[in-house]
Design a protein around this ligand. Structure first.
Ligand SMILES: [Zn+2]
Length: 258
């Protein structure tokens, strides 16, 4: 079995048997893979720590594409996000990021841009002194785009008029202008609560969508933005990505920031 080397971020791990551990990781060159560390809980504590969520590693493993579980060989930490690990709020966002990637990405195809997004976001949350919610929104909207679900923010998908403000439609999975929403809602069984999105919130979403992570500092938030932008992205994620509906870390996050 060939030995392979790649950069990896641990998304989730659990104990296996008396001495082993299994981890799911997102890697730069192999996409999402699972690895088993046989006997890794026996020796030095440090070795077991490689398997903790949020570990950022240079990983060596025995690769067999026909197997679902790859075999851990060796690792080194590429960096440790100290601030992210110590701060409860940052940690909650960090876990929500990991859980979103874990639940929304399927298959082993590598996706360099997605790997880079994950890495950049965790680094940014670690370094951040400011509001993390806009970093998280940036992550959500770019994750959606990279997975092929780019929110349509310029025009109404029903009448094609320019969108100035709108409501999230549980039938279209997009924002509808208010006129179409009022007509549409009567024949739709999918009514989404708190679906209104203002002109200002649409502007913010557009900035987040086309922006670079380095531009986030320039985005200033006002009271009310969190509800509208946060709820829109929540609705959008739940509609388009399977398995997101009951995300535990998002529920924890909502409790912490509300
Ligand atoms: Zn319309």
């Amino acid at each position: 079995m060939p030995i392979e080397k790649t950069d990896a971020i641990i998304l989730k791990s659990f104990k296996y048997g008396d001495t082993s551990k299994i981890a799911r990781c997102y890697t730069r060159d192999f996409g999402k893979i699972s690895i088993i560390g046989k006997g890794i809980r026996k020796g030095k504590a440090l070795r077991s720590a490689y398997f903790d969520p949020l570990s950022y590693l240079s990983l060596l493993f025995y690769y067999n594409p026909k197997r679902e579980l790859q075999i851990f060989s060796k690792a080194e930490f590429k960096g440790i996000w100290h601030s992210l690990r110590r701060d409860v709020k940052k940690l909650s966002y960090g876990f929500a990021v990991l859980e979103l990637v874990d639940r929304s990405v399927t298959g082993e195809e590598p996706h360099e841009e997605l790997y880079q997004l994950l890495l950049d976001i965790l680094q940014y949350i670690n370094d951040s002194n400011g509001r993390i919610n806009k970093v998280f929104w940036f992550f959500e909207i770019h994750l959606l785009s990279l997975l092929g679900f780019r929110p349509r923010l310029s025009d109404c998908p029903h009448c094609h008029n320019e969108l100035t403000e709108g409501q999230f439609s549980g039938e279209y999975g997009e924002l509808l202008c208010n006129d179409c929403y009022d007509k549409n809602i009567k024949r739709s069984h999918f009514i989404v609560k708190d679906s209104a999105v203002s002109h200002r919130a649409i502007g913010l979403l557009k900035k987040l969508k086309r922006g670079n992570i380095k531009d986030l500092e320039e985005i200033k938030l006002q009271p009310g933005d969190r509800k509208q932008v946060g709820r829109f992205l929540n609705n959008y994620l739940k509609f388009h990505l399977e398995g997101i509906r009951d995300l535990k870390s998002l529920q924890v996050l909502e409790q912490i920031i509300s």
